[in-house]
Design a protein around this ligand. Sequence first.
Ligand code: GTP
Ligand code: IMP
Ligand code: MG
Length: 337
Amino acid sequence: MTVTIIVGGFWGDEGKGKIISYIAYSEDPFIIARGGVGTNAGHTVVFEGKQYGLRMIPSGFTSKKSRLLIGAGVLADPEIFLKEIKETGCSDRIGLDFHTGIIETQHKEADKKDKHLSEKLGTTGTGCGPANEDRARRVLKLAKDVHELQPYLTDVSKEINEAIDSGKNVVIEGTQGTMLSLFHGTYPFVTSKDVSASQFCSDVGIGPTKVDEVIIVFKAFMTRVGAGPMPGTLSDKEMQLRGWTEHGTVTGRERRSAPIDFDVARKAIRLNGATQIALTKLDIICPKIAGADSAESLTPKALEFIANVEKETGIPVTFVGTGPEAEALIDLRKEKL
Ligand code: GTP
Ligand code: IMP
Ligand code: MG
């Protein structure tokens, strides 16, 4: 029995969606529960020839057997939630906590209109910040108050704790990245909540003693979207030269990029108590490994990159991403280097 949490190590968009979709379809955990802020997250999942840009439904929908849950600490936008249920066909196995907070039109409008939020901070405009303000004021509507959500409501904490007590595997998926944490990140250029492993436990209602593994996802280079500092940020020209350009899943905005800063990586490992690393997009640094799914395909350059990450961080790299598809991944838990 294992309880595993997946967290982002930088400023979000590290490829958590891809790692979770792989773990889900290859291991069929009993429960996959989503923590994190809300619809500001955009996880890309490429599975069975189709690309999904998910903002509500857990990326682990790729397991056809797992129960999919959204915790009380998350913010839900009912329209997006219902739309993604249809897209992913998970209506019979998705559950939302009675106390999940609800994003309403006024929250999205406030997020877009407020100059401090939209211009200074460069928020996603999805209403998450204003909804969390209302939650702190204790006036936010909860899922139990929304008619069309009634068929999906459940006690997420109870379901997960019962599964853990009966020896089942549970995966908790986080969103955003540690450097966007309201408490530990690059304040004020952060999101409206903590986004570390401890917060994700709270979001879904489990205590810290229940967690076995924390997988931290690092991209092979760092990216950031929206305002705020990122050490080593490259010029547009240099970014293009290296092929490190990306666009946001939610807003379509261009992401800035930089080489991995190991002070940032070590800080993120510390804040999350991370036990292993999933390293995504190594195929962008080492194109020869594109699409590879076995350790035999790793070139000397790729092996050197992995060895350096392990030396600098002191924890093992257990997954290597070699392409956007869930299957384009080397699972180093199965194969020793
Ligand atoms: P947030 O919850 O918003 O932080 O998102 P995320 O961590 O799920 O990442 P997101 O899907 O927003 O961005 C990651 C991007 O990298 C997507 O376009 C993925 O398809 C892509 N990607 C992930 N892993 C790999 C990989 O190993 N190789 C390549 N080439 N692309 C990858
Ligand atoms: P908010 O979370 O919409 O309030 O935005 C605050 C900051 O966090 C902005 O810089 C956003 O771009 C960033 N942000 C929030 N969620 C994500 C995410 O999932 N990926 C990347 N950046 C994010
Ligand atoms: Mg994203």
